[in-house]
Design a protein around this ligand. Structure first.
Ligand code: FPP
Length: 246
């Protein structure tokens, strides 16, 4: 079922932490769309939207943590995003670099476990090593933050199958694939939120989204905040999840 966001009603003045717990929302994933349009509407270069987008993302992760959501996943850069203008790609990589440094510095305070989903080879040695260092530094923390970076959902499945072939498997099960996905440490997402008005998944979590609830919002990602997140969680809590049953 596809849902378009609407205004909050008084009924929604409820304890959001209780709602998260009662609804079983443990993993939420975000497609942070609309950065470029947000900037262009203000006469700014597209990259400016990504900068404000990082701030919106940090705020969102803090809200998720405070409200009891245990796993957060975000789509920071897809395998297709390399087709963007070079200055935009360079700026996104710079923002990631800064974000990783801050995550290292804030480790004691935030206690977040960072996992990068995707093929790190194309990132270059310097960024790849920083990603791996952060993963190792934070590996004992409990709140998981998956950052999809040079990630594609189909490529992830192909990568998993190739890895199983290398192990000598001639027949594979769903569990085999599951344990080879970049998200092997995480449960499937309960809720996938996409901002920016587009109603599609764009090669994000193709395997894992089998029974995810989908929520689409017209909000441009840099404007994303507490009110929008509350609205998505309240809508999630009203969904009847049947997983193919009755
Ligand atoms: C989609 O908006 C956004 C991206 C492809 C990049 C998102 C990256 C960041 C916010 C920076 C790095 C992330 C982290 C987690 C540190 P768009 O550019 O496609 O927007 P548009 O649809 O309006 O053009």
């Amino acid at each position: 079922m596809i849902f378009k966001s609407k205004k909050t009603t008084p009924e929604e003045e409820i304890d959001i932490k209780e709602l998260v717990a009662a609804s079983g929302l443990s993993h939420i994933a975000f497609i942070m769309d609309g950065n470029g349009r947000w900037a262009q509407k203000r006469g700014l270069p597209r990259e400016a939207g990504h900068g404000v987008g990082v701030k919106a993302f940090k705020n969102t992760v803090t809200l998720c943590r405070d409200w009891g959501i245990k796993t957060v996943t975000t789509y920071a850069f897809s395998t297709e995003n390399w087709k963007r203008p070079p200055q935009e790609v360079t700026e996104i990589m710079r923002l990631l670099d800064v974000y990783i440094k801050e995550a290292e510095d804030d480790n004691e305070k935030n206690r977040i476990r960072y996992i990068f989903l995707g093929d790190k080879e194309r990132l270059g040695d310097a960024l790849r090593e920083k990603c791996e260092y952060l993963e190792d530094l934070t590996k004992d923390n409990t709140l998981i933050l998956n950052i999809a970076l040079n990630y594609g959902g189909r490529a992830e499945i192909v990568n998993a199958v190739n890895s199983l072939i290398k192990e000598g498997k001639t027949e594979i099960s769903e569990e085999d694939i599951q344990r080879k996905l970049y998200t092997a440490e995480s449960p499937d997402p309960d809720l996938i939120v996409r901002t920016g008005g587009e109603v599609r998944l764009s090669n994000f979590l193709m395997w894992q989204s089998q029974y995810s609830e989908l929520y689409f919002s017209d909000c441009l990602w840099p404007d994303y905040g507490e009110e929008e997140l509350r609205r998505a969680i309240i809508e999630f809590s009203k969904r009847k999840r049947r997983y193919g049953g009755v």
